[in-house]
Ligand binder design. Structure first.
Ligand code: ADP
Ligand code: ZN
Ligand code: ZN
Length: 735
């Protein structure tokens, strides 16, 4: 339509909205019936969209629309007088949609809690309390008699009211509470949650390196700055976080602490809870919606002082943030790998800039990106070079296993070391990054292998419980007793998994407990805390586990760590393969020697001459210049920018054809390259074909331009509904 009609018509205010839809555009609506007074950008509205009614967000109030007024639909409800989004949060979400080239309407909901996304009001910041009624107070001691649970509850409430949630946590059942309420002995009331912000337990006396880091972070308060805290494992990075957070709380500001995992690292959460008298809330996946709604409101209203959370918590609303911390900043868990793809670490840096506060990135094994930024002095680097407290760093050494006879993947030398450590009553950790019993099942006679019907991958053999599992699509099938093709009974497993090593070790070291730690055994919420408790006794234990064990845990009594199969990552086709191996070898080693007993990390490899293996006895960062140099020569991050258009289709040819079409619709400027279409490393997964275009560019702005053009071409291209595509900026994996 033309601008003329809009000009001549009466001009009502237009609500320009982001609607949750994959369309990369804003939609205009007329205000609700009865006026628009006071509607603010950031407010949620209910609008008709196609045949549905959806919760949208007002982006701006426009004076005219390019849509003909008669064709504009009106919003049906204004949900917020005051927007739930903070200014900075809205700026952050818009930036993220822009930077990662994802539809804003799908990004904005990340700033809201579950019920808020559904269009409901923010959860009230009171909680249900229980108190005795006058009648309840009048009861004699020990009453009601013959109802022990009820009597216990009554006496529990005598000193004063308590939150319902607390009573439930103490084990009082809803039935007991209901009975007393029916008898009018107790009643519900609204308990306001009050926040007192104090430090509870005193800080540890910081060592000189810690103090220098704390001083500089504290001195940076109130302005944007990025701090790379490079501290060897066990160097006391957490203490630096805690003391920086304490300063932040003293200034009446909130701290946001991002962790790669919460369920697996209960120790970190406990250390924050023990240190501060202030409300510390943890946002994690095991949390119910109601709890999450309350946490969200508490963060937004400033009742929560410290917010610990995983990746998506980087978008939580904060009233007055004063500090952001990203622990284990190199961890892949910060990268959202499907849907809206983003790096929570990079979003955290942007957030700190918008909120004008410092952000601390901590790691014993910083990413090449962060290291590079520190070298360029965009980030301030603080180094903690030795272990705090009693711990000493373990010695790292390789065992050359080429040509050796192995038992369940373990060399005679390694077995002798394990035996010696156990006999000295030490704890041992054996690291093998492969779940299951064997990688695949093969027929000795005809060569049949346990291929997954839906993926270009083999199904893994599991023994406890027995079956074949595809680790890529989740498909499971029964363990065949004979070859499905030739009926031979000579079926053999190839490639060692944790179950096999566990079985072998349990037989070999029958006098000691052998524990397997992988995602098959660590299923319950209490698995990890239980394990940590068992290890705390200091009794000898032999643990065999996957990378789950490399994450941030403290196993103070472990003196020997063994890496069974380092070669699996050594020749990874992914551009981060070597960086990840180096990080892993440093992190697993970091679990050892935390109580001061001399400790050792033994790494089995068939490639002792590989440059990375040559760095084992040197600090992590000494290997980085060579890796950065390789990246620079290949034009890979952090030198140059990378983006991928991924395509997922039922038909292989349609996917490749679609990508060719959009590639041909775009002219590539000098300094940028489009590579592909290529099939993904595992071309078929869950019976879908995956292909991609890789864009590499000298600068971010050039990358953004090429990707924007590709998106425009993709949106214009026709394709079947069985094809979908997505954009991945700064991909973690290039495959
Ligand atoms: P990191 O996070 O760097 O791996 P931690 O913060 O977990 O290391 O610290 C390792 C151990 O050292 C912890 O048990 C911690 O209590 C202890 N520690 C940290 N700082 C000090 C200090 N200044 N004095 C004594 N012990 C400390
Ligand atoms: Zn066969
Ligand atoms: Zn599969």
């Amino acid at each position: 339509m033309s601008q003329k009609t809009a000009k001549t018509s009466v001009e009502p205010a237009i609500w320009r909205c982001a609607v949750p839809s994959p369309l990369r555009q804003a939609f205009d609506y007329l205000p609700i019936e009865g006026g628009h007074g006071g509607a603010k950008p950031g407010a949620r509205v209910t609008v008709p969209f196609g045949k549905r009614s959806v919760t949208a967000v007002i982006l701006s109030i426009a004076s005219r629309s390019s849509v003909e007024p008669t064709k504009l639909k009106a919003a049906t409800a204004l949900l917020d007088e005051q927007p739930l989004y903070t200014e900075a949060q809205r700026a952050l979400l818009s930036w993220a949609a822009d930077y990662y080239q994802h539809p804003l309407g799908e990004v904005l909901p990340l700033g809201l809690s579950p019920r808020e996304r559904r269009g409901q009001p923010e959860r009230a910041l009171t909680e249900t309390g229980i108190r005795l009624t006058a009648r309840g107070h009048g009861l004699p001691d020990g009453a009601p008699h013959r109802a022990r649970k009820q009597a216990t509850l009554v006496s529990r409430l005598r000193p004063g009211p308590l939150p319902l949630a607390e009573l439930k946590a103490e084990g009082f059942s809803p039935a007991v509470i209901r009975v007393l309420r029916d008898k009018a002995l107790i009643e519900n009331f609204e308990l306001a949650t009050e926040a007192a912000w104090q430090t509870r337990s005193p800080p540890l006396p910081a060592n000189a390196e810690q103090q220098a880091a704390i001083d500089q972070i504290v001195a940076a308060a109130g302005v944007f700055s990025v701090h790379l805290l490079y501290g060897v494992t066990g160097s006391g990075k957490t203490e630096v976080y805690l003391q920086s957070v304490a300063d932040c709380l003293n200034r009446g500001r909130q701290a946001l602490v991002l962790l790669p995992e919460i369920a697996l690292t209960p120790q970190t959460l406990a250390r924050f809870e023990e240190r501060f008298e202030a409300p510390v809330i943890a946002l994690h996946s095991a949390m119910g919606d109601a709890e999450r709604d309350r946490a969200w409101a508490a963060a937004r209203r400033g009742h929560a002082a410290v917010i610990l959370g995983t990746r998506s918590s980087v978008f939580v609303p904060l009233l007055e943030p004063g500090l952001i911390i990203v622990d284990e900043e190199h961890d892949a868990a910060y990268v959202q790998q499907d849907g809206f793809r983003y790096s929570a670490r990079d979003v955290a840096i942007k957030r700190a800039q918008l909120e004008q506060c410092p952000v601390v990135l901590g790691s014993a094994t910083p990413s090449l990106e962060s290291w590079h930024n520190a070298e360029l002095e965009r980030f301030q680097r603080h180094s903690l070079t030795h272990r705090a407290g009693a711990g000493t760093l373990p010695a790292r050494r390789q065992i050359d296993i080429s040509g050796l006879e192995l038992s369940a993947g373990l060399s005679p030398e390694l077995l002798a070391k394990i035996e010696a450590a156990l006999n000295q009553r030490h704890q041992v950790l054996v690291f093998l990054n492969r779940r299951g019993f064997a990688n695949a099942l093969l027929c000795h006679d005809c060569g049949w292998s346990s291929d997954c019907a839906d993926c270009d991958a083999r199904m893994t053999l599991h023994k406890t419980p027995p079956g074949l599992h595809c680790h890529h699509c989740g498909r499971r099938s029964a363990l065949p007793s004979q070859c499905p093709r030739c009926q031979s009974r000579r079926l053999v497993g190839t490639g060692i998994g944790t179950q096999q090593t566990e079985t072998f070790l349990a037989e070999r070291f029958a006098d000691y407990p052998v524990l397997r730690v992988d995602s098959d055994t660590m299923t319950g919420r209490h698995s990890m805390p239980d394990l940590i408790e068992q290890l705390a006794s200091g009794d000898p234990v032999l643990m065999i586990g996957t990378q789950m064990l490399s994450k941030g845990h403290h196993f103070p009594h472990v003196t020997l760590v063994a890496v069974v199969d380092a070669d699996a990552l050594l020749f990874s086709p992914d551009f981060r393969g070597e960086e990840r191996l180096l990080q892993l070898l440093t992190q697993v080693g970091g679990r050892a020697g935390r109580d001061g007993t001399p400790s050792e990390v033994l790494i089995q490899t068939r490639h002792p001459d590989h440059p990375l293996m040559q760095h084992l006895d040197k600090p992590y960062h000494t290997a980085l210049p060579a890796l950065l140099n390789q990246r620079s020569q290949a034009g890979l991050p952090p030198h140059g920018a990378l983006g991928i258009i991924r395509c997922d289709s039922q038909d292989r040819q349609e996917g490749l054809g679609f990508l060719s079409l959009i590639r041909n619709g775009v002219t590539t400027p000098r300094g940028a390259r489009i590579i592909g279409p290529l099939s993904a490393a595992m071309a078929r997964r869950k019976n879908r074909y995956r292909s991609q275009l890789v864009v590499s560019a000298k600068s971010r702005s050039m990358l953004a331009k090429v990707v924007t053009d590709l998106i425009a071409a993709a949106e214009a291209a026709r394709h079947s509904h069985r094809l979908s595509w997505s954009v991945d900026i700064d991909p973690y994996e290039s495959l």
